[in-house]
Design a protein around this ligand. Sequence first.
Ligand code: EZ4
Ligand code: CO
Length: 407
Amino acid sequence: MPANRTITAAEVFVSSPSRNYVTLKITTSDGLVGYGDATVNGRELSVASYLKDHLCPALIGRDAERIEDTWQFFYKGAYWRRGPITMAAIGAIDMALWDIKGKAADMPVYQLLGGAARDKILTYTHATGWGFEELMDSVAQRQTEGFRAVRVQFGVPGLEKVYGVTREAATYEPAGRGIGPVTEDWDSAAYLRTAPQMLARVRDAVGDELHLLHDVHHRLTPSEAARLAQDLEVVRLFWLEDVMPAENPQLLRQVRNQSTIPLAIGEVFNTIWDCQQILTERLVDYIRCAVVHAGGISHMRKILALAEVFNVQGAPHGPSDVSPINMAASLHLGLATSNFAIQEHMGYDPLVSEVFTSHYTFNDGYLHPSDKPGLGVEFDEKAARKFEYRQAYLPVARNLDGSVKDW
Ligand code: EZ4
Ligand code: CO
């Protein structure tokens, strides 16, 4: 069947309204435009090049309606596949094509995915404070804003800096601007002494109702993680995130066997194969891939379908370092997916709205993707050009003896 809607242009924009974002714009022969997010924090130019130099030329002339075939073409059709750069590039194409399909049908993307499986999506945001008082101010602020679930991060006595926590403000930016990554220090023993006490104090202060989450950012060994999980039982966390690096998912069994604490992992995973063992052996309760980093809506949908079989729920990554286009894609998928628990929404610097106009709504602790056709996010090219790319990297942590610590 001849295509009646072909791709006529595919352009990549790297813009930095407060931080770097990579945006793909696809245009069709009948004048429709779709947007995809391709941001990989600290590796923005690599994914921009992968798109511009290798995938965009192959998009021209393709049938814009054939989302699944295009996905397979760039995934199965590539000799060198998987990994964050490849999968974010495919993810951006996939999102942009769903955006176009929605606009063509005059429907929000969640309708194309089967319609709403829920009315609204529970969301959580971040609260940070170096010490207890500052942390509680930040938690209170988040509750005032309407959040029913809050991720709490705090300082560790004796350390200069801890990732995700600032000494001055209740927010943080995951990548420091400037040349080269900043070095942070890390001390697992000090962290393990601090975390149970701090989180127990927070639970006492907020009462039973507020959902509390905590992110370990892959810093522990299996034995340390098991001990932390046991020590945190009394806090009744919504989840404990990224307790250890997950290249060997079977190592999580030690934590599973020794505690009832719900675990969440997956923000650095890129394919269903990265998730396979963790899901089929039910080594976590929540799977956290970001739509952009796991090949877009089409592939994330398959990950969530596999998760559903094993009673694992979706809870995608939603930091400030993926753009509002990814956030919208995640919300459309979340509204249409029954085993979707919660969406992280870290929030954005006000400058981001000069480039991206989103229409998803926040109300009383819940998000809704909006009923605009497609994904419902507009991208202002002219504004984007005002904010030039600036080199920025995630920090690297070292142990007290100077050796490099895992992310
Ligand atoms: O460290 O997005 O759950 N959220 C997080 C984030 C990530 C950054 C990495 O780019 O862990 O803060
Ligand atoms: Co995280």
